[in-house]
Design a protein around this ligand. Structure first.
Ligand code: SAH
Ligand code: SF4
Ligand code: F3S
Length: 378
């Protein structure tokens, strides 16, 4: 049996896409291996979110070049967000790569791979497809907790972000397919699902007659599911209706990941986030009044173009005010073909780094001073 090794970079959506790739390749007779050295095919499912994510992929490709010298029949493929955005540039920088397939082409992976093998040539497939691979049976390594994609893409166009170009416009999956998939998972013994999307709170805006609150209620009715999680929520779509639905969901985890990115209204506007500091704080207040134990986590970017000391101080003060249970903190990374990359007043690397250390220290302090929160994080 031929074997494939898949290495995943990036977010949970990519982890799940890798599960779909594994499912598709098993259908055409491949085995999945955890050991790169025994693989006939090595696939990297890549991420472009920050410069560092791309560097990791190129460094992995560097070491794979050696493996390929030892084993010339090894097939090397690059898929995912970076493949979608970089396309042929990956062939130019890493000539040992045999195939490039974008996020829109995952369902065609078996065909693309067979073409590479049969025709003994390099293939690149990054065109946008009309149909997504939603109904493909994923091959999941975990047997009790499952990721379920409820939507793909994002229409938000935050000015720093590559996701809209790496994954295209928002496409919500019809609810019937999602419910059926979860019911099947329950039958297989799964007890926990995480509903995935770049902006799950906007679920259904491209469909008719359903929104995210409705979907949550429907998933909550599925017998056998013990815990429902969902990522990522966006403050822009945290309507009162959605907030009021949360406490009614008997099976939902008491956790909300709600990226704020910045505490400064000037910066939030430049980021095109679609809400301001006061609105964000109001959402938190409403949620905490309904679900006092809700563990709220966030993402923060420091050093966005134009971020003055005053703006940065606003982020620190927002963190102190909300006291997040945990936070993913990043220094702004300029990405090609994004509006923020072209903004004047880019912040020097040393200042970005200094601010990053400062938010990390502050968050550490906040968690340390609150043993209740600490327990939830651990
Ligand atoms: N869809 C999610 C975010 C996905 S990316 C949302 O809207 O919340 C995960 C996180 O990476 C973002 O929340 C942001 O904090 C960070 N990020 C995205 N682009 C970035 C960039 N260019 N530089 C630094 N951090 C970035
Ligand atoms: Fe990127 Fe913004 Fe969409 Fe999140 S909401 S994926 S940060 S464009
Ligand atoms: Fe990275 Fe793509 Fe996810 S850019 S963060 S893998 S959507």
């Amino acid at each position: 049996m031929k074997k494939v090794y898949i290495r995943t970079f990036g977010c949970q959506m990519n982890v799940h896409d890798s599960e779909i790739m594994a499912g598709l390749l098993r259908e055409i007779g491949y085995g999945i291996t955890e050991d790169m050295n025994e693989a006939d095919v090595v696939l990297l499912n890549t991420c472009s979110i920050r410069q560092k994510a791309e560097e990791k992929v190129y460094s992995q490709l560097g070491s794979l070049k050696k493996l390929k010298k030892e084993r010339p029949n090894l097939i090397l493929g690059v898929g995912g967000c970076m493949a979608q955005r970089e396309g042929g540039e990956i062939f130019r920088r890493s000539p040992s790569v045999d195939l490039i397939f974008g996020t829109h082409q995952i369902c065609n992976l078996p065909t693309i791979l067979n073409k590479v093998i049969r025709e003994r040539r390099k293939v690149m497939a990054i065109e946008e497809e009309k149909i997504d691979q939603e109904e493909v049976k994923a091959y999941r390594a975990d047997k009790t907790k499952a990721y379920v994609a409820i939507m793909r893409g994002c229409n938000n166009h935050c000015t720093y972000c590559v996701v809209p170009s790496a994954r295209g416009r928002q496409r919500s999956r019809p609810p019937e397919g999602i419910i059926k998939e979860i019911e099947n998972l329950v039958e297989e013994g799964y007890r926990e699902v995480t509903l995935l999307g770049q902006k799950v709170t906007a679920y259904g805006k491209d469909l008719r007659g359903i929104d995210f609150a409705d979907l949550l209620e429907r998933v909550n009715e599925i017998e056998g599911i013990e815990k429902i999680r969902f990522i990522t929520s966006h403050p822009r779509d945290m309507s009162d209706r959605l907030i009021k639905t949360l406490p009614r969901l008997s099976r939902a985890a008491e956790h909300l990941h709600l990226p704020v990115q910045s505490g400064s209204n000037r910066i939030l506007k430049a980021m095109n986030r679609g809400y301001n500091r006061e609105e964000y704080l109001k959402i938190i207040e409403k949620i905490r009044s309904l679900i006092p134990k809700m563990s709220i986590t966030t993402d923060i970017i420091v050093g966005f173009p134009g971020e003055r000391e005053k703006d940065f101080a606003d982020t620190l003060s927002l963190m102190k005010e909300v006291r997040f249970a945990s936070a993913y903190m990043f220094k702004y990374s300029p990405r090609s073909d994004t509006p923020a990359e072209r903004m004047l007043d880019q912040i020097p690397e040393e200042i970005r780094l200094k601010r990053l250390h400062e938010v990390i220290d502050l968050q550490r302090e906040i968690i340390k001073n609150n043993s209740h929160l600490r327990k939830e994080v651990e």
